[in-house]
Design a protein around this ligand. Structure first.
Ligand SMILES: Cc1ncc(CN)c(N)n1
Length: 220
């Protein structure tokens, strides 16, 4: 019987294919992505990542056994260190720090995505919470792996690609997928888990698209 990760991948594969051909991603590897779009992305990441860490901590709190609690707590800490570290350095490359980034408000997509993620992880049962979180790891890991085949002529973009395509992030993502494969859940829980995963996969596409469009609030 196929592993659960394969079932989950089937429901997010269409979104992943759309992500790979998005001009933000193709622009990372051929170096044509306007720096302004990347700056927008990095600033929105500075808003998103604290909520991502909150979501991971909430999943840790819901985990069914001590080993999973430890795994998710460790991952929340690792995200804070590695991903916040990357964002801080990328901001610095633009002459910004986190206080500067906060002067730009979180955009509609960032607010929508982080709210959905935190709500799913904090209020849902463990399977739904995990379903919401898996694409955040897996899509980044697969995108990173794929983009690493060509990397980028732009050193800033190459750095981002190496972080997500590198062994460390691949390992983090693989740990979560092992956990997913080991879940013993009912058909209803499975359904809800997959629903959450599709939604966050869509938000992953939207997050890059929002940066590409330099999305802001159209009112107020
Ligand atoms: C929007 C978003 N989604 C996922 C990841 C990878 N943890 C991230 N850094 N940013």
């Amino acid at each position: 019987m196929s592993r659960f990760r394969e079932e989950l991948w089937q429901v997010v594969a269409g979104v992943y294919d759309q992500i790979l051909v998005h001009p933000f991603l193709t622009g990372l590897t051929d170096g044509s992505l306007p720096r302004e779009a990347f700056r927008h992305y990095v600033v929105q990441e500075a808003h998103f990542l604290p909520d991502y860490a909150r979501a991971q901590a909430a999943v840790a709190a819901r985990a069914p056994d001590a080993a999973s609690v430890r795994r998710f707590s460790a991952q929340a800490a690792r995200t804070v260190e590695v991903e916040h570290g990357l964002v801080a350095e990328l901001l610095a490359a633009f002459g910004l720090d986190e206080a500067d980034a906060r002067k730009t408000p979180a955009g509609p997509t960032t607010v929508g995505y982080s709210s959905y993620l935190v709500r799913s992880c904090a209020l849902g049962a463990f399977p739904e919470a995990l379903g919401a979180l898996v694409p955040c790891y897996w899509i980044y890991a697969r995108v990173g792996e794929r983009l690493l085949e060509r990397s980028s002529p732009d050193p800033l973009y190459a750095w981002w690609i190496e972080t997500y395509g590198g062994a460390d992030y691949q390992e983090t993502s693989a740990e979560v997928l092992d956990l997913l494969d080991g879940l013993a859940i009912s058909p209803d829980e499975r359904e809800r888990l997959l629903e959450r995963a599709v939604m966050t996969a869509r938000y992953e596409w939207l997050f890059w698209d929002a940066a590409w469009r330099r999305e802001g609030w159209p009112c107020g």
